[in-house]
Design a protein. Structure first.
Length: 212
């Protein structure tokens, strides 16, 4: 079982390919350029991609989602991020010439978890947690078997997500971190949307924003 970290797009957004070791895989986030970066590895390893899990709806995490959807891969996204994923171009802070992935079809395969579910995907249990504040529809995907949580832009190595974008709220974000991040087991690896991975216990001790 492997977790491949693949930074993609102009903001070096982390895409995570989870290989379950039995020919199936899950993908966390779909940044611009992510499809072209991920699919060669999927094909090389002969993997069946079972789902794309979107941590939130900001353009740098979802712009290639339509390409995976067209391949028949279901998307998992919080309802509060639906509009942002349907038309990511409307939410881009600056233009990308020639890029237009608006109008996702939301086929019946797509799923809209609200952040309280436990699902079985590609043979793995994933606990889905709703963690708004950076973005209203932010989700955290916790895989107990992997001892890992994919946290989007909720928390980073020694930092936290920004709250100055539409829908951001610092008080809400800090409450989400208290409820959904620091309550994870200390040894849980946190895989953020940008930058290096870290551990829950290290962020509790060293993250200057968590000195409550």
């Amino acid at each position: 079982m492997q977790i491949h970290t693949i930074p993609s797009g102009p903001l070096e957004t982390n895409t995570f390919l989870i290989d379950n070791g039995a020919g199936e895989a899950l993908l966390i986030d779909a940044p611009p350029g992510g499809y072209g970066d991920v699919m060669p590895l999927v094909r090389e390893k002969g993997l069946a991609l079972r789902a794309v899990l979107l941590t939130h709806g900001h353009f740098d995490h979802v712009l290639d989602a339509a390409l995976f959807q067209k391949d028949g891969v279901p998307l998992y996204v919080h309802p509060d991020s639906e509009e942002m994923v349907r038309d990511p171009n409307r939410w881009m802070p600056f233009p990308f010439p020639g890029v237009d992935l608006s109008g996702l079809s939301w086929a019946g395969r797509d799923v809209f978890p609200e952040g309280k579910e436990t699902l079985e995907l590609a043979g793995l249990t994933v606990n889905i947690r709703h963690a708004p504040g950076h973005c209203p529809g932010s989700l955290v995907f916790h895989f107990p078997r992997l001892n890992a949580a994919f946290v989007g832009d909720v928390i980073f190595y020694r930092s936290i997500g920004r709250t100055d974008l539409p829908g951001g709220d610092m008080a809400v974000l800090m409450d989400s971190i208290r409820r959904e991040i620091v309550t994870l087991p200390d040894g849980t690896l946190l895989y953020p949307g940008h930058g290096p991975s870290t551990l829950v216990e290290e962020e509790k001790e060293h993250n200057p924003y968590l000195s409550w």
